[in-house]
Design a protein around this ligand. Sequence first.
Ligand code: SAM
Length: 249
Amino acid sequence: MAAMVFEVLTIFPALIEAYTSESIMRRAREKGVVEVFVYDIREFTTDRHRQVDDYPYGGGAGMILKPDPVCRALEHLDRDGEERLKVLLTPAGRVFDQSLAEEYARSRGRILLIAGRYEGVDERIRSFVDEELSIGDYVLTGGELPALVIIDAVTRLLPGAVGDSRSVREESFTTGLLDYPQYTRPPDFRGMKVPEVLLSGNHELIRRWRRKEALRRTLRRRPDLLRKARLDEEDRRLLKEIKEEEQWR
Ligand code: SAM
């Protein structure tokens, strides 16, 4: 199966290399599940000082990432004739979420991520990209963390990237709900006990308990998710039970 490919344009290539050279990302790269190529925007400058930033027209604080080196980098990459989805990372973009991660993982395509810096990128860069993505409503110093967040979230959904694929199938958001509470040893930690049912060995009871607690947690913390989740008959029964229980608390 062909590897999914991520390409990152950045002025700090070492940041991307560092994260993708460890742990699950490293193994996924070694196994050929994913390929990560990092390009230094500075390599595409043409002036003696290799300048990638400049002052904003109209004045104001900070510097702006110049359009020319970024566009040269895009043109250089496009010469290979490969189809790639070009993504600009910006707080003004569509918010990246688990369903988009799943869509990208299913596509197994080639995704190019452009990491901005300084006060942002020259507006004209936008006309060279297919998509603008944000990783949430806060402002980071650069697009490297957003690029890594996207690479990580997509990679772990690719077959073969994570040891036990059940852990990916059952976790938060994948089922439309937050994850259920998890416990490991010891059974009694400073007086806090692991719920009896998890020690019972009864798989059906455990499954039902987990589903119910996932519903309870989502109802309490993220009712917005619950409204969008695909719920079946059993879920509706469990939710009714939860609401009745909560009334008696
Ligand atoms: N002045 C810009 C604004 O208010 O939208 C913020 C620029 S930010 C300091 C520098 C770069 O970090 C951005 O160009 C973008 O690439 C990246 N960045 C920061 N926060 C981000 C977020 N939440 N999602 C995606 N990229 C982000």
